[in-house]
Design a protein around this ligand. Structure first.
Ligand code: LHQ
Length: 265
């Protein structure tokens, strides 16, 4: 198998780990090798200091069509499948790695994102989508229920009415509507998507990584905490941020009227 045949293309450049889901003939749907490769790449993003931002995208015309349904065909099994086990074994560890990584994770949704594919994108911190891309909560069409964090992300980001509408009807949502509803950060012209996504990832990767990571953690914590708990949380994260070298550099650069040189420390 050559590198380009691998189900996940992995490239580290200028502090940005770019992960390209790479099963274009199957619209980058998840099989076990792709699951394992994505999880290993996210573990690497946790472990390596040089990685300061992650960018996830898809090759070909799709971002990801969710689980490879050929891999989970009940007709080829002895009894009913245990899809809960599939989630425990494959999706959930990776989703937890994305959410807990104290570095920004960008999804560049280059085409259709369906089922768990849509929800893996929504678990990322910043979602940019090509104007032609669509988000489809495809689960109800095959008798399933949203997974890969979708019931949580949709409800938190959109509220119950829109979350239920999308999940129960499986109607495709355009990137522009996803932006106007606040489901994603931005819809971008198709031919500008990767330029914009890479520029943003590089900006993060040359930014104050600890501060950006703590910002992500703080905003995630806010949806669980009451106000009182959250302002204590802010006190603690700010205390940590204030002790970083990048904070000292940021203030010095401001006072010296020059561009800061953040090191991610
Ligand atoms: C696919 C897939 C696919 C295999 C396109 N699998 N081949 C599920 C079960 C287990 C555990 C836990 O979690 C989950 C979570 C889930 O993700 S459930 C939801 C699974 N995904 C779907 O139901 C979406 C299925 N795909 C579609 O509805 C369509 O393909 C979309 C709307 C994404 C795109 O439609 P088109 O642009 O018309 O493309 P297409 O349907 O012609 O697909 C192109 C090829 O990709 C085709 O293969 P072929 O050999 O005929 O060219 C499809 O069979 C294949 N493909 N999705 N999930």
């Amino acid at each position: 198998m050559t590198d380009t045949d691998s189900p996940l293309l992995v490239r580290l450049e200028d502090g940005v780990l770019t992960l390209t889901l790479n099963r274009p003939d199957k619209l980058n749907s998840f099989n076990e090798p792709m699951h394992l490769a994505l999880r290993a790449a996210m573990e690497r993003a946790h472990a390596e200091k040089e990685i300061r931002a992650v960018l996830i995208t898809g090759s070909g015309r799709a971002f990801c069509a969710g689980q490879d349904l050929g891999d989970r065909d009940p007709r080829k099994m002895d009894g009913p499948p245990d899809l809960g086990r599939t989630l425990d074994t494959f999706y959930n560890p990776t989703l937890r790695l994305i959410r807990s990584l104290e570095k920004p994770v960008i999804a560049a949704v280059n085409g259709v994102a369906a089922g768990a594919g849509a929800n893996v994108a929504l678990a990322c911190d910043i979602v940019l989508a090509a104007r032609s891309a669509k988000f489809i909560q495809a689960f109800s069409k095959i008798g399933l229920t949203p997974d890969a964090g979708g019931s949580w992300s949709l409800t938190r980001l959109l509220g119950e009415a829109r979350a239920k509408g999308l999940a129960l009807t499986a109607e495709p949502l355009t990137a522009e509507r996803a932006e106007s509803w606040g489901l994603i950060w931005k819809a971008v012209d198709d031919d500008a998507l990767m330029t914009e996504a890479v520029a943003l990832a590089q900006k993060f990767a040359s930014g104050p990584t600890r501060g950006l990571g703590l910002t992500k953690t703080s905003i995630q914590a806010a949806s669980e905490n009451d106000f009182d708990t959250q302002i204590d949380f802010e006190r603690d994260t700010q205390r940590t941020a204030g002790r970083t070298r990048d904070y000292a550099e940021g203030v010095a650069a401001f006072l010296d009227k020059r561009a800061p040189e953040f090191k991610g420390e």
